[in-house]
Design a protein. Structure first.
Length: 261
């Protein structure tokens, strides 16, 4: 039986097994988390501690923790260590849902959003093409940090044509949906949203904000939103910590394309 001193219950590696050592360690830890012996938010022992406990090298322990991170069981905080994960944020990308602003409504009481930057700036080439405005046309540029359970979830960069959302720079966007604010202040509702999702590594310039290492995995979600009149309203790029979000894509049957099943 596991004790309070050892949530792993004295588990030892079977060195005669064909199963890799890292897999055995990740299975031990996964079972302890599923049984509630490691609770969400718990700081796990260090890699060095696990090396000594199981008599293995650090790369073996690191591989075990990376497996658990990919499965959503743990997440790393830069300079602090590896923690047992809370429930992942599920972002449902379905036709009736618009953007990260409203995908997260089920988790609203667990989210916090702060504005890191707000300015009027010329549109970069990529943004001008997406929004159908002249290169270096005036845009409102926002950078926001979103937290889930007080831990970094994503950094969102947004560009909006200044003439469509006048006064937005003065609006209070703290802990609010950008789309809700725009609809209330400017009378512009979102009709269409397209997204591109890419797997990448955390950019060096965002690692501190996301409390992540430069080579940690992330998901980059690039979105283009249009209003009810078809006018392009917002181009955004959200960089999510991959250990804190899962994305579910749902299509009505028959619309997913041939060969999908």
């Amino acid at each position: 039986m596991a004790t309070t001193q050892d949530p792993l219950g004295g588990a030892v590696i079977n060195r005669g097994s064909a199963e890799p050592y890292y897999r055995q360690i990740s299975d031990f830890l996964r079972a302890a988390m599923d049984a509630g012996r490691y609770t969400p938010g718990t700081l796990l022992p260090s890699e060095k501690d696990f090396c000594e406990q199981f008599g293995v090298s650090r790369p073996v322990v690191r591989q075990a923790l990376e497996d658990l991170s990919r499965d959503g069981y743990v997440y790393r905080v830069k300079g602090k260590g590896t923690f047992v994960a809370e429930e992942k944020l599920n972002s449902h990308l379905i036709q009736v849902v618009v953007g990260p602003e409203r995908d997260t409504i089920r988790f609203r009481d667990r989210l916090a959003t702060s504005v890191l930057l707000r300015e009027t700036a010329p549109a970069p080439v990529q943004v001008s093409r997406a929004l159908d405005i002249p290169v270096e046309g005036r845009c409102i540029h926002l950078r926001r940090l979103r937290l889930l359970d007080d831990e970094p979830l994503c950094v969102i960069e947004s560009y909006l044509p200044e003439q469509i959302v006048p006064g937005l720079l003065e609006a209070d966007l703290t802990d609010r949906s950008l789309y809700d604010v725009i609809e209330e202040r400017n009378g512009v509702a979102i009709r269409d949203l397209s997204r591109r999702i890419e797997a990448a590594k955390v950019p060096a310039e965002l690692s501190d904000l996301l409390a992540a290492e430069d080579d940690d995995p992330c998901l980059i979600v690039t979105s283009l939103a249009a209003g009810v009149n078809g006018a392009k309203l917002e181009w955004s790029k959200a960089t999510y910590r991959a250990d804190r979000i899962s994305l579910n894509v749902e299509f009505p049957f028959g619309e997913a394309g041939e060969g999908s099943g």
